[in-house]
Design a protein around this ligand. Sequence first.
Ligand code: AHM
Ligand code: MG
Length: 327
Amino acid sequence: MQTVQQHIIERQRQEHPEASGEFSWLLSGIILATKVIADQVRTAGLNNLLGDTGQVNVQGEVVQKLDDLANETILACLGFRDTVGIMVSEEDDEPHIIKEFDGRAKYIVLFDPLDGSSNIDVNVSIGTIFSILQNREGVDSSKVMDHILQPGYRQVAAGYVIYSSSTVMAYTTGDGVHMFTLDPTIGAFRLSQEAITMPAQRKMYSVNEAYRSQFPQGVQDYLDWTKTDEAGYSLRYIGSLVADFHRTLLRGGVFLYPPTKKAPEGKLRLLYEANPLAFIAEQAGGAATDGRQRILDKVPTALHERTPLIVGSKEEVERVASFWKPE
Ligand code: AHM
Ligand code: MG
């Protein structure tokens, strides 16, 4: 039996024997927060935690009570870790400056506290996504945005937790993707799958096809092709990115959120959604692109920047790209 904390420490010992343990201390803060969130999600209907707060966030989306609580929980569990310099949440307009970078406080944690908000009230899988960067060496600590707006290939770790029939965590530090299941009897995430590989191909696509007429022509052509006798694809769409991604990671296939007429840059956020999941996908042998370039190569220009996202099995991502070539 191995818990996620043991796994992190063990891996660190093998890969980075010089490491001080600061990083595993940080990850343990995220793990603690997600255990608290898992409990809040499981009992939400009993504790008046369903429904919205009546507020609208920086993304223009109605804030659910659990969105708010999950956000506060992560800020509370990580805010006092002395290795964290900045925290950036999908729910908040501005980054939280926890402390000036010094030798120790060198990490930047970016997160979507509760992804799939529209599914909260109906007991459908939702999740937390996180991405971890380090401060940029040689850049003045007052230049907060320069530290935050780094391309995804510089992530030092990324992961997600899915609150579903079981609570499962997947993370990578650039050394494969490892998965853990929360064992409620002991309150610990236990290793359930190490070094996950995404199948290279599977005839399954995942998209909100209600927007079909708003998608670029190439995407529409791809969707037409999937329904031909020759192709024979299946469709699965949950509407929680974490859940759609989790299935794609384990079973293969492709998830798409292309640009629409209403959202010409797509809906999903580069820093908290696309980047961490792209890192995990690549570490599992999959791929992620915005149609033009690899997600991890994109240089962000704004905190809440959105991006089209095509992520999943390598061959399936390439197949979409063969139909859709944005100028
Ligand atoms: P959220 O972070 O506010 O929950 O929004 C992101 C979610 C994703 O989980 C999901 O893939 C997408 O929005 C669904 O959008 P749509 O309802 O347009 O299909
Ligand atoms: Mg989200």
